[in-house]
Ligand binder design. Sequence first.
Ligand SMILES: [Mg+2]
Length: 208
Amino acid sequence: MKHIFFDIDRTIFNTDSWYETNRLKVVELFNSKYLTDGISTYEIFIGLLKQRGINKNTNIKKTIVELSQVLKLDEKEFLDDMIDIILTEDYTKLVYDGVFDFLEEIFGKFRVGIFSEGDPWFQNIKLDKSGLSKYFVKERKYYFKNKLVNIAALPTGCVLFDDSDKVGKAIECQRKDIIFKKVNKNYGIGEFNPVDIINEFKGMKYYE
Ligand SMILES: [Mg+2]
């Protein structure tokens, strides 16, 4: 049985939509609880995040605590409030249309896995709370700080779905055995037909 691996953000999960709804929730939190001028506090908060160079490798909880210190907010309360916002999101809604159908179709026919960057704590929240985690066993959830230097971790002859051109380039240079499927971040893997993927796989020399 062969492998199909998936990136999470902008491949199976609409991360941009998550950022938009959570931005509003954080502004609302500042407005209602911490300060009267929520928008400007939010701007300061985001400014601080940017200054720190927040990216996919950021430890989210640690960063929230550090920012609460700079903003002179109660650390524990602010962390709890922010985690509350993160946890109360409707994650199922943020999975692209067609992703569940796609996974249902290939599940059992392929070993499926995750190839992702990001804070593993938060990546697992996305999978667990959306209902996606039932498709992915722990041993095949690969979380790296930098995928580009960990291309070798992918199994021989697998398919990889990812929205990143850089990952696509790295595959092209380093792993001729892998079928790279470039995902459009507006649709995710929902726009692919799983039957086509299965048929394409059957033509590969690694299929057994
Ligand atoms: Mg991505």
